[in-house]
Ligand binder design. Structure first.
Ligand code: ACO
Length: 329
């Protein structure tokens, strides 16, 4: 049996540049009307050169620490979910550890694309079980724009940059949000539908050779859409069922913010009214691993989540990976 695990603090950070659909009309052959109708996105934030993944992560982490009433020195571990880290090496979690002045603290990156934050949460839950005094910083941070092909209108209009963070604690330091349960899934057999091949050991960069579209997000949007809806609906239902709950018991669902049509389809299949589903994709776009913690931080800070509420999180991303988590505020 697992021991209790908590979230003691939440924080988020968005880069300073706001990009509208009209701005994108100057870059690719698209329109505000097409983007709004097909995706629900109106604006997103793009990071500048002085805002790499580690810097976004650092700002979100500082806010989560403040929200938890802790300092960096209280932390015991750092996990960062990202597919768009500063470098291949050093890892973004090690860069973040250095920025926080925490020499010696274990730190690693976790690659599960848009499910990265929930994969970090479940990993932290296991660590909190092993080390009840653990105070683990988990961060979803992405500069997705560093891996977008701005000549491909089918992908570049969908994503944005940002970071969200949480402090996960074990039973030695109970926090205000209980992590009741979580579940992770993956299916590598269909991973080819959403890829960034370039730069890996099977698709090596060659010195002096220019890079091609394989170095950026490539996606079969229609198929990804179908898998995303089916997987998030299935895993949410399974998680609720194994906790003896139905969607009627849930006060708010926070799905991965990829596309309003995916979110609406999830709501329909789970038979949940739209007022019980949190949406910020219109303002922030798809920030991959940062999507869930940004939405969660916003929802609590705005008062949309109140003490006593049950909140269901669900995410889907490249790999494919998908996940769900149940929180009790
Ligand atoms: N602006 C204008 N026209 C466009 C654009 C654009 N940005 N992008 C595509 N089009 C055109 C296409 O070229 C096509 O034109 P054609 O009919 O002349 O060939 C037409 O619009 C329709 O294209 P479809 O791909 O059929 O459009 P669809 O309705 O399927 O919407 C979309 C595309 C938005 C990508 C949709 O498939 C989708 O949302 N998929 C899920 C993608 C997603 O959210 N992935 C992330 C989830 S996982 C993760 O977060 C990593």
């Amino acid at each position: 049996m697992s021991s209790p695990c908590f979230i003691s603090g939440l924080g988020m950070h968005l880069p300073r540049t706001l990009v509208t659909n009209s701005d994108l009309e100057h870059i690719v052959d698209t329109s505000d009307e097409w983007i709004r109708t097909r995706t629900g996105i109106a604006t997103r934030h793009f990071a500048k050169a002085d805002e790499p993944c580690s810097v976004l992560a650092y700002h979100a982490a500082c806010k989560a620490l403040e929200n938890a009433g802790m300092t960096a020195q209280d932390l015991t571990h750092i996990f960062v979910g990202t597919f768009s880290g500063d470098y291949n090496l050093p890892t973004t979690s090690c860069l973040l550890q250095d920025m926080l002045g925490l020499k010696g603290l274990p730190a690693f990156d976790l690659a599960a694309a848009c499910s990265g934050f929930l994969y970090c949460l479940e990993t932290a839950r296991a660590y909190a079980c092993m080390y009840p005094d653990a105070r683990i910083l988990i961060v979803g941070s992405e500069v997705t724009t560093s891996r977008l092909n701005f000549e491909d209108r089918t992908t570049c209009v969908l994503f944005g940059d940002g970071a969200g963070a949480a402090i996960v604690t074990g039973q030695g330091n109970p926090g205000r949000i209980k992590v009741v349960d979580a579940m992770l899934k993956a299916d590598g057999s269909v991973g080819g539908l959403l890829t960034i091949h370039g730069g890996g050991s099977a698709c090596k960069p060659v010195l002096g050779q220019s890079i091609g579209p394989e170095y950026f997000v490539e996606m079969n949007g229609r198929d990804v859409f179908k898998h995303a809806v089916r997987c998030m609906v299935e895993i949410s239902g399974t998680l609720l069922e194994r906790n003896g709950l139905t969607t009627d018991d849930i006060d708010l669902i926070i799905p991965h913010q990829a596309n309003i049509r995916i979110i609406e389809a999830i709501g329909k299949k789970l038979n949940v009214d739209s007022d019980k589903i949190y949406v910020n994709v219109d303002r922030i776009g798809n920030t991959s691993a940062a999507s869930i913690p940004i939405a969660l931080t916003e929802a609590e800070a705005s008062g949309r989540i109140q003490p006593g509420m049950k909140v269901l999180l669900t995410a889907f991303g490249g790999g494919f990976t998908w996940a769900s988590a149940l929180l009790q505020f």
